[in-house]
Design a protein around this ligand. Structure first.
Ligand code: GLU
Length: 478
């Protein structure tokens, strides 16, 4: 049987980290099994059905590199894939349940329902719906209709039934139907409830595995009852544990960035996020943590999903992202980095120069937003020396000797690159008799303002002859 999995976000804008992980696991599993990955937009809430809420989801999934086989924009044999365009379908299935006596109209108003719940609870009852409308006569129904009441449709929960399923992560789960009240499947405005729409869709779309957050476990018994009533095959359920913040409470804004685009905007790489988020629920048998997309597809194993919640560890994400940055081909990394320089108004028109800058900073950053601060030394007109050791070194005679000699060499050349710089340093050494730290450190201070930093010949090449000259002149004491 073909694997068919779906990612079914409610459109609220950009993907939350937890939803992104759900999408990733579904996608990996679809690829692993040569199956289909379906995108369905659960926009039954009319206020949320606007395109502006849906587009960011498409963008995020595309950015992560998770194309879908069927979905609102690409279509598919079970279209449409937006629930707001499927209201006729839900209506038809609700009608079927009504005709089969598996559902009934409920004319109770919300005030009456409130009252009913309070009275039941006050008597020590469950607060469940008391099935008042289950036994209405036709005349009573007509009267309600005449009063202008718009009915909802309730599912008639079978009595004394045991609801059981084997969750791939949690094992066998059981419920007693006595603990489930007759629930609404269609609201009075003709809009389906989540549980109903999701079952009609998963049933019709022949979803084989429902992989989703375990906040939906408590919905599953209702859904199973609906599968049975509608005669659909029940899929496998795979409820993945929640993601927690570092204080082990549920990941929320309080813990920092929780939406995928925030990470995108800070310059995290999509492949690093796919790797990291995927491993928030399972681990590769090899124990390896840096896993290419090919390996993730190969090694994903739903049976290795942990039962316990995963903690979102930003430091680990930073480590992983840094590892990916260092592995990234320079051309691509430069393209990805340019917007971050532009945000700081750094001129990046000279692609070779920008590539050189990135090549030395590639080692230093965890995410691309950090690049400009490290690159500041290449874009300024004046060297600022703050370190006191560096300041006092500048004043030493031998340092000044190096500066003068270096300046003479600079004035004699037209261009500088890393090899020319090395040869110049050799000449300065021969001319001054100064070598080692006393030779290199002064030049480093002059060009970078600091005692430590990136590879100096490369720094000189990036700065170019004129800037090197300008900087040396700024530290020469006349
Ligand atoms: N729209 C639901 C959500 O975003 C989907 C739940 C499900 O996968 O069944 O939580």
């Amino acid at each position: 049987m073909e694997t068919r999995v779906r990612f079914a976000p409610s459109p609220t804008g950009h993907l939350h980290i937890g939803n992104a992980r759900t999408a990733i696991l579904n996608w990996l599993f679809a690829k692993h099994t040569n199956g289909k990955f379906i995108l369905r937009i659960e926009d039954t809430d009319p206020e949320r059905s606007a395109d502006e809420f849906i587009k960011p989801i498409f963008e995020d999934l595309k950015w992560l590199g998770l194309p879908w086989d069927e979905g609102p924009d690409v279509g598919g044999s079970m279209q449409p894939y937006r629930q707001s365009e499927r209201f006729d379908i839900y209506k038809k299935y609700a009608q079927n349940l009504l005709s089969d006596g598996k559902a009934y109209y409920c004319y109770c108003t919300s005030d009456e329902l409130d009252q009913m719940r309070k009275e039941s609870l006050a008597k020590g009852g469950t607060g469940f719906y008391n099935q008042k409308c289950l036994h209405l006569s036709e005349t009573e129904k007509d009267e309600f209709v005449e009063q202008g009441r718009k009915p909802t449709i309730r599912f008639k929960v079978p009595e004394n039934a045991e609801i059981k399923f084997d969750d791939v992560v949690r094992g066998e789960l059981k419920w007693d139907s006595e603990n489930i009240s007759d629930f609404v499947i269609m609201r009075s405005e003709g809009i389906p409830t989540y549980n109903f729409a999701v079952v009609v869709d998963d049933g019709l779309m022949k979803i084989s595995h429902v992989i989703r957050g375990d906040d939906h476990v408590s919905n599953t018994p209702r859904q199973i009852l609906l599968y049975q009533a509608l005669g659909f095959e029940i899929p496998e359920f795979v409820h993945i544990p929640m993601i927690l913040g570092d204080d082990r409470s549920r990941l929320s804004k309080r813990h920092g960035a929780t939406s995928l685009d925030q990470y995108h905007n800070k310059g995290y790489l999509p492949e690093a996020l796919v790797n990291f988020l995927s491993l928030l629920s399972w681990s590769s048998e090899s124990g390896d943590e840096i896993l290419s997309i090919e390996r993730l597809i190969n090694e994903i194993d739903l049976n290795r999903i942990s039962k316990s919640a995963a903690v979102f560890d930003v430091e680990k994400l930073n480590w992983m992202n840094g590892t990916y940055i260092r592995q990234t081909e320079l051309k691509r990394l430069t393209e990805l980095s340019i917007p971050f320089f532009q945000q700081k108004d750094y001129p990046v028109g000279d692609v070779d120069k920008t590539e050189n800058i990135i090549s030395i900073l590639q080692e230093k950053v965890d995410y691309l937003e950090q690049l400009p601060e490290h690159a500041a030394i290449f874009f300024r007109d004046k060297v600022r020396i703050e370190n006191s050791e560096a300041k006092s070194m500048v004043r030493q005679d031998s340092t000044q000797k190096v500066f003068w000699s270096f300046l003479r060499e600079l004035e004699a050349i037209e261009n500088i690159d890393r090899d020319i710089f090395r040869r110049m340093m050799k000449t300065v050494q021969n001319e001054t008799g100064i070598m080692g730290k006393n030779l290199w450190m002064p030049v480093r201070i002059a060009l970078t303002g600091d005692l430590h930093g990136p590879d100096l010949p490369m720094v000189a090449e990036i700065l170019g002859r004129e800037k090197c000259e300008k900087f040396i002149k700024q530290v020469i004491i006349r």
